[in-house]
Design a protein around this ligand. Sequence first.
Ligand code: FAD
Length: 367
Amino acid sequence: MFFICNGPEKLSLTMVKKLETDILIIGAGLTGLTLGYLLQEAGKKFILVEATNRIGGRIKTVGFETPLPIEMGATWFGSQHQMLKQLMNNLNVASFPQAIGDKAIYEAISTSPPYLASLPPNPDPTMRITGGTMRLIKALAEIIDFSNIRLNTKINQLDFSGLAINAFTEVEEIKAQKVISTIPPHLLYKTIQFNPALSSNIISVLKNTHTWMGESIKIALSYDDPFWRSVGSSGTIFSNVGPIPEMYDHSNYEDDHYALMGFLNGGYHFISKEERLEKILKQLQKYYGAQVKSFISYHEEVWNQNKACFAPYETQVLPHQNNGHELFKNPLYDKRFLIAGTETSSHFPGYMEGAVASAKFAFQFLK
Ligand SMILES: Cc1cc2nc3c(=O)[nH]c(=O)nc-3n(C[C@H](O)[C@H](O)[C@H](O)COP(=O)(O)OP(=O)(O)OC[C@H]3O[C@@H](n4cnc5c(N)ncnc54)[C@H](O)[C@@H]3O)c2cc1C
């Protein structure tokens, strides 16, 4: 079978490669990889496909395996995230508490100066993964037989009209008995064609399911010296004025490489990287002076520009809307297809905990 690719400059004929498996998992984020790990341990035959050239999805550690790993995606978890903690224990992935300090810079309104506010003691600290959140992703991927993972493989179409399910990329056709999608439900609706079409009640839920943190902008600056500690603060910033509403010390576990990491108001996605940096430095300069300009590196991730995570909504969708919706519990197309992923979990939807819970739910469905 031949497939015509319409590239921007040329038209070419490409041979469609055919693959066959029992289970096809779409997406190599935390849900897809945890499911792959469970299936691998259970000796099941599966293929895990990932649209981009990297695994991890919304887990993205810049400088992973360097002395200063910096999180552009998922960072924190807590004692209530029991399934995630269990998975980390099984994989020997260690954690350490987020440094918060006992004082934070607080800016209530633009007409009053920022001040140092006392923070209450926290007996149950928020945790970070030692070496970066990608450590967990790497640990999962190391267990999965690498020949089962296919990068740069974006599913465009799912056909349930035959006895087997046919999944199509631009250049491949994958035949499977069961398919698990782990991509954000709204992205599934926007980017994958279904034959026969999904029912209208499912479409209505998918269309209106918020993609967790899809509009967020993460920012980080690294420095030679953690000067924010010497002003009697800890690097923790809470500002109602912005554009950075919250920021934290993001130094490494060993505490010998230093960084600040936080969020930028999501509305700033429309300006350039240089303009964002200028605004960030201006805000930080208010608190710490001109030394903020002596950063070693600046990192940012504007998640609504990441096409493998986010697609614009057609209507107003509120934060967390439809996350954990009841309909996600029901397999579709004669129990051959399940919509999984963190947003579908009824247990901590949106969080890494929700992703692990979703993978476990999908695993039960496949058993
Ligand atoms: C900025 C930010 C901060 C966050 N902070 C935290 C935090 O501190 N704590 C916490 O618990 N959670 C946090 N989260 C949420 C956490 O990242 C997610 O819960 C989790 O990573 C979701 O995993 P997932 O596998 O369900 O989805 P994803 O990570 O979105 O994985 C889906 C995968 O599918 C791939 N894909 C998409 N389309 C296709 C296609 N057509 N074919 C094949 N592959 C496809 C994508 O490339 C991606 O790799 C944060 C998220 C963001 C964005």
